[in-house]
Design a protein around this ligand. Structure first.
Ligand code: S3P
Length: 170
């Protein structure tokens, strides 16, 4: 089989990278790689435990190493952690050799989703204002992805169809 570029999903916590990535991989018959899960498997610890016991700097180094390793595979749908695209080494690698999609959602959608789950160490520390500040800062970075998908008014199926159209026509 001819090897195909990876589809890489970027975006804020709660934007649906893991859910959409998994469904997309089934539809396209590609492997699905969720980088946060792969980090947890490698360390045998949850992301929350890694932040608590080893600190954020340790997590970011590990995230870089593991993300770069998996970006080298082909024929995969890869969902990045919400902060990974901030890392210039990861970003350059994603942009150079992959199709990247920013799953863009409004702050209110993101906040309502992440409030339901306390597994995210970065989100747990943020109040509404800090979350908006982080989103504003990160939006400039996420916008460097090849394509921006405005997810607010779209169903999961519509998001997937849009991504596949862009992937197949580019
Ligand atoms: C993070 C997002 C998380 C995870 C870690 C840090 C961030 O991934 O990598 O908690 O900095 O935004 P998700 O976007 O999959 O929640």
């Amino acid at each position: 089989m001819k090897s195909k570029k990876n589809l890489v999903l970027v975006g804020m916590m709660g934007s649906g990278k893991s859910t959409i990535g998994y469904l997309l991989s089934k539809k396209l018959k590609l492997k699905f790689l969720d980088i946060d899960n792969l980090i947890e498997k490698e360390m045998n610890m949850t992301i929350k435990e890694i932040f608590q016991e080893k600190g954020e700097k340790y997590f970011r180094n590990l995230e870089e190493k593991i993300t770069i390793k998996y970006l080298n595979l082909k024929n995969s749908v890869i969902s990045l952690g919400g902060g990974a695209f901030n890392n210039q080494i990861i970003r350059n690698e994603v942009i150079k050799n992959n199709f990247s999609f920013w799953l863009n959602c409004s702050n209110s959608v993101l906040i309502s989703r992440i409030k339901k789950n306390t597994k995210r160490p970065i989100a747990n520390k943020l109040n509404m204002i800090k979350f908006e500040e982080l989103m504003n800062k990160r939006s400039k970075i996420y916008s460097k992805a090849n394509f921006k998908i405005n997810c607010n008014k779209l169903s999961k199926n519509e998001i997937i169809t849009k991504i596949i159209e862009l992937y197949e026509n580019n």
